[in-house]
Design a protein around this ligand. Structure first.
Ligand code: NAD
Ligand code: UFG
Length: 335
């Protein structure tokens, strides 16, 4: 297939581009490089032996999107582009709604005009809010979200369901990611947060690398086995494999579909610290601080729908996630 990948030079998008190219698909990347580096494309070329077509352009620019679809024909779009920092979304809500919601509407309009109606969308387990129970399946209530980032994901899901209902020619796969971590095993692509990392694993990696003094553990009084927050961490390479399966599924069975992409297993913050220490052979000093506002105690997936319908399950274990994160972190440090 010929696939447009928005946000294809970002963390998850770049791994998806590699997986698509390795599976023989032709890829065009659209990214405005707001949160990624122009060098990612050449790193993808080092992994796959071929560079994807790259267009530097903005999702919010209707004319630019028009041109993208006028210059090439696509069978599908994988839509990763967006803003993703929960804390920043509280202080810059309009930017988050403009890019995540407005940008997605513009993208769908351009797709509609070009007659391209197969879309994979990066959603998030955040749409479940504070879940009534774990593991969380796709029928669990959504919408109890407490920040603009999460609300933007929930809004886009609603928009896409409406679109699918209005016109059955659309095939839409909504993928609810749990906590993506890790990096490609080549250590050529991975997550490069700008400034202080918001997420646990990049922060731990920087502590192990000596770039930060210690980890702040946000609360140890949650009702979990060791009092720290529990999440379902999934290797980014497994995550993107789920996208390829979803794409194949949509080709065979059009319509709107939702799948959780997680491992179905939760780890606490302290378990993550220990696993990273083992993988890196470095200490990860930490101190316990107050809870982070908006955090929930525990969140992990019931991924059985994806397993049943897509024939997909995450294969890489925690040790592999940590090993690959460490190799990427280390490789970045040495250049
Ligand atoms: P990322 O920031 O690394 O990648 C997003 C890419 O989109 C970046 O390369 C950025 O430059 C680009 N971009 C941003 N605004 C754009 C615009 N207006 N036009 C064109 N390109 C633009 O983020 P990621 O971690 O790879 O996340 C990809 C998607 O997955 C996002 O939609 C995110 O919300 C979603 N998601 C991520 C996580 C996570 O923990 N990483 C969890 C759940 C869902
Ligand atoms: N944590 C710390 N210290 C840190 C960072 C995180 O103790 O410095 C803890 C958090 O309190 C939480 C766990 O580590 O218990 C994981 O936190 P992350 O920030 O890595 O992940 P979240 O589950 O809070 O959020 C992530 C993404 C969101 C997404 C959500 C669900 O950041 O965008 O997963 O998919 F919405």
């Amino acid at each position: 297939m010929r696939v447009l990948v928005t946000g294809g030079s970002g963390y998850i998008g770049s791994h998806a581009v590699v997986a698509l190219m390795e599976a023989g698909h032709q890829v065009v990347v659209l990214d405005n490089l707001e949160n990624s580096a122009g060098t990612v494309v050449s790193r993808i070329e080092r992994i796959t032996g071929q560079a994807p077509d790259f267009i530097e352009g903005d999702l919010r620019d209707a004319d630019a999107l028009e041109k993208v679809f006028a210059n090439a024909s696509f069978d599908a779009v994988m839509h990763f582009a967006g803003l993703k920092a929960v804390g920043e979304s509280v202080s810059r809500p309009l930017a988050y709604y403009e890019t995540n919601v407005g940008g997605t509407v513009r993208l769908c309009q351009a797709m509609e005009r070009a007659g391209v109606r197969r879309l994979i969308f990066s959603s998030s387990a955040t749409v479940y809010g504070d879940p009534a129970r774990v593991p969380i399946d796709e029928d669990a209530a959504t919408g109890g979200v407490t920040n603009p980032y999460g609300r933007s994901k929930h809004m886009v899901e609603q928009i896409l369901f409406d679109l699918g209902r209005a016109d059955p020619r659309w095939s839409i796969g909504i993928l609810r990611y749990f906590n993506p971590v890790g990096a490609h095993e080549s250590a050529l692509i991975g997550e490069s947060p700008r400034g202080i990392p918001n997420n646990l694993v990049p922060y731990i990696a920087q502590v192990a690398n000596g770039e930060r003094e210690q980890l702040n553990v946000f609360g140890d009084d949650y009702p979990t086995w060791d009092g720290t927050g529990v999440r379902d961490y999934i290797h980014v390479v497994d995550l993107v494999a789920g996208h390829l399966r979803a794409l194949e599924f949509l080709e065979a069975q059009p319509g709107s579909h939702v799948w959780n992409l997680g491992r179905g297993e939760g780890y606490s913050v302290l378990e993550m610290v220990r696993a990273f220490e083992e993988a890196s052979g470095r200490p990860v000093p930490y101190r316990v601080t107050d809870r982070r506002p908006g955090d929930i105690a525990e969140c992990w997936a019931d991924p059985s729908k994806a397993e049943r319908e897509l024939g997909w399950r995450a294969e890489r274990d925690l040790a592999t996630m940590m090993r690959d994160t460490w190799r990427w972190q280390h490789n970045q440090r040495i250049g």
